[in-house]
Design a binder for this molecule. Sequence first.
Ligand code: FES
Length: 116
Amino acid sequence: MLSLCQLDDLADGSARVVDLPADAAGKPQSLVLLRSGEAVHAFENVCPHFGVALAKRQEHLIFKPHLSVSCNNHYARFRWSDGYCEFGDCEGESLKPVAVELIDGEVRLRLAPSDA
Ligand code: FES
């Protein structure tokens, strides 16, 4: 299990881009973590519209705490709780969820995104 961050380092209502080691094919991988209370939602940092990152860098990530995260390419907006696209060019599609778990205050990846 890969450690992603300490829960205490992710403020309630914050969103974070986390880069992962490249997959077996050498493709870069990245996640978006969204914290609400003691829960952390994780999604692949891939927009279903064009298959590119919602945000390549943390400072480019667009979100409304506990409500939504948006793609910074064409501004599709995804629900915080489940990644469902409720507005934009990929309305009705969803971000791909990634299984994470909290162990001893640490947010850990259960499976590599390509294995999920
Ligand atoms: S690439 Fe995300 S909305 Fe177009």
